[in-house]
Design a protein around this ligand. Structure first.
Ligand SMILES: Nc1nc2c(c(=O)[nH]1)N[C@H]1C(S)=C(S)[C@@H](COP(=O)(O)O)O[C@H]1N2
Ligand SMILES: [Mo]
Length: 316
């Protein structure tokens, strides 16, 4: 059992705010040195509930990019989460209205085990691991983030998708009380994204419940969000409340908003420009100058085979 219900947490397990901050700074240094694993594995306590509580996890040895992680401060204050506003600072300022517990996820469509699942129930069988991934937003900035989660495919398999399941659709919770900007019409709510089934089952696709060793802060998509590191950031949908297995390729929120600018695949590709800007380089948050953007965000060895024979200009 990796995650306790808030009611299972005794007062002695609740660490004072100061300690969290020190621990976070410590982990940030360790992650930067590539030492995160060893030490973090030893310090984990099984506590969960709300952003900032430490998680129990194993550091992945395989999935750790050898680049300096973006500071915690930037990861949690420079966000895209249109349900809280369209500027980068609004999510951190406004996401306190989101209540990530209790939470449930509806599973429907082409599978043998549809239903409404309680979050704790859905997470329980999955050991958590830390992976350090590159993350590239379609707008041209990037970060390196130590996520905590588990392979998305491991969860999807438990719902026993049928042969008709060619794609999987994810939806963010629709509740204007919790997500105040859903009262406006900047996007067609709820936020919706999808993956082809083989993309979803790929071992790199991660279901994320934490970052920097701690429970996911609201602004980063609590309680559970996707992380598909070879695709532009908008594919990595936050605060997931619905999973649906379907036969036809879905129309995502961003395709609906502007199908000329945003395609279904949205693989990071420096050779296919956005209609309004080049995708050849990126600004790594916290660095000066720009870096070259890598094909599939640097994950080509692992994922290029998923698209063999496809014209990636057409299927952008
Ligand atoms: N529900 C929802 N998910 C979302 C978004 C959003 O506005 N709403 N923004 C996307 C975009 S454009 C990016 S770049 C990433 C940002 O994730 P981060 O704030 O954790 O860095 O979340 C993605 N997931
Ligand atoms: Mo983005």
């Amino acid at each position: 059992m990796l995650i306790k219900k808030p009611s299972d947490i005794s007062p002695s397990e609740i660490t004072p705010r100061e300690t969290y901050r020190d621990r976070r700074r410590f982990m940030q240094q360790m992650a930067g040195l590539g030492l995160g694993g060893v030490l973090m594995g030893a310090t984990g306590t099984a506590v969960a509930g709300y952003g900032g509580k430490p998680l129990n996890f194993t550091p992945s040895t395989k999935y750790r990019v050898d680049e300096k992680p973006t500071p915690y401060e930037d990861v949690t204050t420079y966000n895209n989460f249109y349900e809280f506003g369209t500027d980068k600072a609004s999510p951190a300022r406004r996401a306190h209205t989101l209540e990530p517990r209790p939470w449930s996820v509806v599973v429907e469509g082409a599978c043998a085990k549809p239903g409404r699942y309680d979050l704790e129930e859905i997470l329980k069988p999955h050991p958590l691991e830390e992976r350090i991934y590159r993350f590239r937003c379609v707008e041209g900035w990037s970060m390196v983030i130590p996520w905590v989660g588990f392979p998305l495919g491991d969860m999807l398999k438990r719902f026993e998708p049928t042969a008709a399941a060619k794609y999987v659709v994810f939806e963010t919770l629709y509740d204007p009380e919790q997500f105040p900007n859903q009262r406006g019409r900047v996007l067609d709510w709820p936020y919706l994204e999808g993956l082809r089934m083989d993309e979803a089952m790929h071992p790199l696709s991660l279901m994320v419940v934490g970052l920097y060793g701690e429970v996911l802060p609201n602004q980063n998509g609590a309680p559970m969000r996707l992380m598909v590191p070879w695709k532009y950031g908008f594919k990595s949908i936050k605060s997931i409340a619905k999973i649906r297995f379907v036969e036809e390729m879905p129309t995502s929120t961003w395709m609906r908003a502007n199908s000329r600018e945003y395609g279904f695949y949205s693989n990071v590709n420096p050779r296919v420009d956005h209609p309004r800007w080049s995708q050849q380089s990126e600004r790594r948050i916290g660095e000066w100058g720009r870096r070259k953007t890598l094909m599939f965000n640097g994950y080509g060895d692992e994922v290029a085979h998923l698209y063999s024979g496809m014209d990636l200009r057409k299927f952008f």
